[in-house]
Design a protein around this ligand. Structure first.
Ligand code: PAF
Length: 285
């Protein structure tokens, strides 16, 4: 497995693979890899001949006062895990390599319709930073497929929209969320939880699952949203949002919509946790 830091070196490798007509899979990450990331890598490997994992803590997607400085950077451990999976290349650029003129975005990729709601309403500019860095990675690597986790549901929808609108020749592979035995979605930020908080964090997924049951029984969206927020707050979370949306475009659903997702973001101690569940309503039944 090669660990490349320079954009030119990635391009040279990709050019060679393209010459051999090999299909390339990309998994963009910020490192501190857990089993959920490894699941993304396996999904991309299943669809490609060569796999590249990028590891880059992207400054432009962190807001003022967020955890950019303290975000765990564990390149050696990450590479050891990726080596066991047979990944071909790790691309681990420096901030200077990705943003030679500094990380203030002079050109930005923005998907406003999807990016200013839910997490975007709480983290101003976050999805512009994500869309811009993912565009750069797509332009550097030119992958045939790229895997993104459904845990970051809004991010997945932003990237899908961007790929469609800007004609990136890449297929986005959505990958199911991997969970701890308790149901807690795997996330690098779970490392911010104390042992006691980690036990309690499972309430987030339990609440989402119960919300799904309530919706399937026909409870109105707004009532389920209020119930979910109250339950989380009563369990010691500080809830940013608990929201029922259309799965396709994250717009507020009407009573005619059947494909839904319930999304939540809530703080527990120092960790801001996000999670979601999808559901299909049967309006005939
Ligand atoms: O999901 C992440 O880890 C990041 O948002 C991503 C997609 C790697 C962009 O920096």
């Amino acid at each position: 497995m090669d660990i490349l830091h320079r954009i030119e070196d990635v391009r040279t490798q990709v050019r060679q693979w393209r010459g051999e007509r090999l299909r390339i899979g990309l998994v963009p990450t910020m490192g501190n890899l857990h089993q959920g990331h490894l699941q993304l890598v396996k999904a991309a490997q299943d669809e490609a001949d060569r796999g590249i994992v990028s590891i880059f803590v992207n400054p432009t997607q962190f807001g003022v006062g967020e955890d950019y400085e303290t975000y765990p950077r564990t390149l050696d451990e990450d590479c050891a895990k990726l080596r066991t999976l047979g990944v071909d290349v790790v691309f681990a650029p420096s901030v200077a390599a990705m943003y030679p003129d500094g990380p203030e975005l002079r050109t930005r990729v923005s998907v406003p319709e999807l990016a200013n709601t839910l997490c975007g309403a709480w983290r101003e500019g976050h999805f512009d930073g994500v869309a811009t860095v993912v565009s750069k990675l797509f332009n550097i690597v030119g992958p045939d497929v790229a895997a993104f986790g459904k845990k970051d549901y809004q991010q997945l929808r932003v990237i899908e929209r961007m790929v469609r609108d800007l004609n990136f020749p890449v297929r986005i592979l959505p990958v199911e969320t991997l969970r701890e035995e308790s149901g807690l979605a795997m996330s690098s930020r779970n490392g911010y939880l104390t042992v006691e908080e980690k036990g309690r964090a499972a309430v987030l997924y339990q609440t989402l699952c119960e919300a799904r049951e309530r919706l399937l029984r026909g409870e109105p969206f707004a009532e389920v949203e209020v119930w979910g927020r109250d339950r989380l707050n009563a369990s010691g979370f500080r809830t940013d949002y608990f929201s029922v949306r259309r799965a396709e475009d994250l717009k507020e659903p009407t009573t005619k919509d059947t494909e839904l997702v319930v999304l939540a973001a809530a703080w527990l101690g120092k960790a801001r946790l996000i999670d979601n569940v999808e559901l299909s309503l049967n309006l005939d039944g």
